[in-house]
Design a protein around this ligand. Structure first.
Ligand SMILES: NC(=O)c1ccc[n+]([C@@H]2O[C@H](COP(=O)([O-])OP(=O)(O)OC[C@H]3O[C@@H](n4cnc5c(N)ncnc54)[C@H](OP(=O)(O)O)[C@@H]3O)[C@@H](O)[C@H]2O)c1
Length: 332
């Protein structure tokens, strides 16, 4: 069986990839994680053909160790933890190290390159998309004779509706696994390809309508001016974009505040700069894909109740709960 290194395999997007590799019976997955003992790491280590390797995305020795000896790689660096500057550097270094270690097929988990799509208008620049956009452009520009390279570009996760926000074009993360397997197994088509995936492209009005149709519950879409929304929604006043990574996350002049990051995010999706997805192509690649927001809501039993999707946010909540528990115990 071919071994595939998965970076970000305990995360929302990487989990379905690890599951798809494991279930295929044709691959083994080696998952890079900082913490072998986390709940998600322990859960995936129980899957067949899955092993864990301890290390960090922002450590070059760890990257060498992680890529050594694998046939393929699926790489989702975490811009929210690393920050824009580090994601750019380690995004490129991961690719270079993979080539050094002789990896044969490299799938990079990309995002729409927003400031480029918006003709370099800085009002549409935000860190966690553009770093990946730059890395994708660079690695696709190289020759693919030594190592095949494919880019799988997702938009906002449909699943983020569980986590309080979401907009066009949404991807059900579950399907990222099948698209990734297709890339590994169809190199003549996938080499050099940037496949931009989505499940459904929907407006907020439509989200409200579908929600009522599926759950019978009332839903309204109300327009709120962006500045008003940003001030109300930021985790705390002037929070950095990588606030969920905790106080020790790398921060400097290049680090955006949450508002600076998510202002352009909303403008970009709202003003329709992103490239339309080719749904006919996606149907051909993955005929059993989840085809609509309605289908996804029925499949996952969506009822509007929030639940964590991102591991980063889940980890932060666990730390906060532990602190609250400790201070309650101290007071009583
Ligand atoms: N949210 C969205 O709608 C969306 C849409 C498209 C793309 N994205 C992109 O997806 C990325 C985040 O992935 P996700 O959505 O799967 O988030 P997530 O659920 O929070 O998972 C983060 C993943 O990154 C890993 N990680 C973080 N820092 C690491 C480090 N220093 N070394 C090794 N592993 C590290 C975590 O592994 P351990 O904790 O096990 O070490 C975990 O697997 C971001 O760059 C974001 O821009 C997000």
């Amino acid at each position: 069986m071919r071994e595939v290194l998965v970076i970000g395999g305990t995360g929302a997007q990487g989990l379905p990839v690890v599951k798809a590799l494991s279930q295929s019976g044709r691959y083994t997955a080696r998952v890079l994680t900082r913490n072998l003992g986390s709940k998600r790491a322990r859960e995936i280590s129980k899957l067949s053909n899955v092993t864990l390797i301890q290390g960090s995305q922002d450590n070059q020795k760890d990257l060498h160790k992680a890529f050594k000896g694998v046939w393929g790689a699926w790489v989702n660096t975490d811009g929210f933890t690393l920050g824009e500057k580090n994601e750019l550097f380690y995004g490129i270094r991961a690719y270079e190290i993979a080539r050094h270690e002789g990896v044969q097929h490299y799938i990079y988990a990309g995002t729409d390159y927003a400031v480029k799509d918006a003709d370099w208008d800085a009002n549409f620049h935000w860190g966690h998309n553009d770093a990946k956009g730059r890395v994708a452009d660079l690695i696709l520009s190289h020759k693919h004779d030594g190592m095949k390279v494919s880019v799988l570009t997702t938009g906002p996760y449909m699943d983020m509706l569980f986590d309080e926000r979401g907009k066009i074009p949404l991807i059900a993360v579950e399907d990222v696994g099948a698209y990734s397997l297709w890339m590994f197994e169809n190199p003549s088509e996938s080499t050099g390809l940037q496949l931009k995936v989505a499940t459904d492209a929907v407006t907020f009005e439509e989200i409200a309508g579908v929600f009522t149709k599926v759950t019978g519950k009332k839903a309204v879409h109300e327009y709120v001016p962006l500045e008003q929304y940003l001030l109300a929604a930021e985790p705390y006043p002037d929070a950095p974009a990588n606030w969920a990574a905790g106080p020790d996350a790398p921060r400097d002049e290049s680090t955006m505040t949450w508002r600076e990051n998510f202002g352009p995010w909303w403008r970009y999706w709202g003003e329709g700069f992103c490239e339309n997805r080719d749904f006919a192509l996606l149907d051909r690649i993955h005929p059993k894909r989840i085809k609509s927001l309605e289908e996804w809501m029925r499949l996952v039993g969506y009822n509007g109740q929030a639940k964590p999707v991102l591991k980063g946010a889940e980890d932060l909540r666990a730390v906060q709960q532990a602190i609250e528990k400790a201070s309650t115990a101290h007071m009583s």
